[in-house]
Design a protein around this ligand. Sequence first.
Ligand code: AMP
Length: 292
Amino acid sequence: MFALNFNKIIMPIFYGKAALAEFLNSVKTQNSTIGFVPTMGALHQGHLSLMQQSLAENNNTVVSIFVNPTQFNNAEDLEKYPRTLEEDTQKIFQLNANIIVYAPTVDDIYEGKVISQNFDFDGLENQMEGKFRPGHFNGVGTIVKRLFEIVSPNNAYFGKKDFQQLQIVKKMVLKNHLNVNIIGCEIHREANGLAMSSRNERLSASEKEQAAIIYQTLLQAKEKFKAQDCKSVKQWVKDVFDTNTNFDLEYFEIADEETLIPCDEKTKDKNYRAFIAVFVNNIRLIDTISLK
Ligand code: AMP
């Protein structure tokens, strides 16, 4: 089970689901709520802001730290994903020592069968990240469903940085009649606008500075979208990255926020959002912005 000891203050940390479930049962009362923040660790201010929201809105907050193998379609990306459990638990402890940390092993989650369940997300899974990362959202659905079964949260917090993931999780909850509120949280950014991400740790200082272009381009695309059609804005973004050899644009898409269907002709009653995935020195970064 348990217990990281920071200066004689004990912080609950669990490596196995049975002990976690037992502990959660013991702290649960009739009217208390559990807020849940699933993460893959290498925590930054974006993750911590989700935890702060959960702390403000619930009696208990559970944070999971688990690099989920089934959502990686690229073995090198999985292998190089930063794993910093000790620093992570210290950051959580500094935020609030009552947060309950669940850092399971692969076996605790998958019980010997590291495979994804197949989901139907009504087509949300076929766009953008789904197109470029085959199997990714089946992996996300599998781990989130599994974690929800283990933690039984009332509220679960997800960042809008992974907006497609947020919509996928909402769809999974709806289709499986799960009793959990999914709350979308705002994107935290570095001072230069770069969306915070665990993958940013792999960027050099100069790459981090240059990567500001991603958010700057999104802001300009939003401005252009007021007067231009979807196709012209998409072409403009493509041209920006074509002339910049340090970045390799995987996709830029403008899509309906609800269905994630790419915009062809603009329709007044729809809320559009721009989505981007860019490689910087083989490191894949994503970002998104509401075009409203
Ligand atoms: P990850 O550890 O990358 O799986 O992220 C765990 C959660 O934190 C997900 O719901 C992400 O969307 C969210 N998250 C990651 N980066 C940010 C950010 N910069 N701002 C807000 N939420 C974020």
